[in-house]
Design a protein around this ligand. Sequence first.
Ligand code: NAD
Length: 244
Amino acid sequence: MRLENKKALITGALRGIGKTIADLFIAEGAEVWGLDYKTPEDLSDRVAAAKGKLHWVELDLSKIAEIDGVIEGVVKEADGFDIVVNNAGITKDNLSFRMSLEEWQKVIDINLTAAFFVSRTVARDMIRKRKGSIINMASVIGIHGNGGQANYAASKAGLIGVTKSIANEVASRGVRVNAIAPGYIDTDMTAVLPDEVKNKMIDVIPMKRMGVQKDVANAVLFFASDESSYITGQVLPIDGGMFF
Ligand code: NAD
């Protein structure tokens, strides 16, 4: 029980890595507020299985103007969070010279701007309580770039910059901010890639496999727990050695 008596807000908790993080946190004793743009069909089953440890927040993070108000309300309802995981993210891939403003803006809004507004709103309360851990889901693409993903790369590179900047602002108040940079992980986001692309990627990964969602969730758990209490402003790649 590495998160006993901790309260966590996790964005993008409907499916994929966010759901796996939520399940792991609950199993480790945390009370979790899962946030997503829609409510899962099996919410009542999930809430029942979590035995009172799962609450749900419906918010479309592309509606930036709504974020402050909703998150302030959730912080009040929870009486503050010990952990926040900015996990929600999307891709809208296209070659740069074909990319529309909509494809650019939506990815920046959800992956970067929303994470910034959620972070600073929860951090206000964390600073008052002089404790807290914020974990941002970046990507190896935010460090290395990728053809066809200029919008996504910019959003994740920006998120790394936000991580280090806020970490610097709040470190002396007992609040830590770190980022995770997953490589190629088996989720709905990567399921849409053609087999040819998938095989090419696995070929360049020294560990010769895609990551599983638990590989990422375990690292998030480390940053969320007190085991990482002297670590802040860092970016941890989880990529099977893809970029070492
Ligand atoms: P996913 O598509 O399975 O899950 C993304 C989650 O974000 C979903 O629950 C979705 O509903 C939610 N979301 C999307 N738009 C939203 C909005 N407007 N408002 C609220 N919630 C919204 O993807 P995943 O692979 O689990 O990705 C999770 C995070 O990990 C993302 O930030 C992604 O960029 C990052 N990541 C994934 C990989 C990978 O290989 N899968 C690699 C690097 C980084």
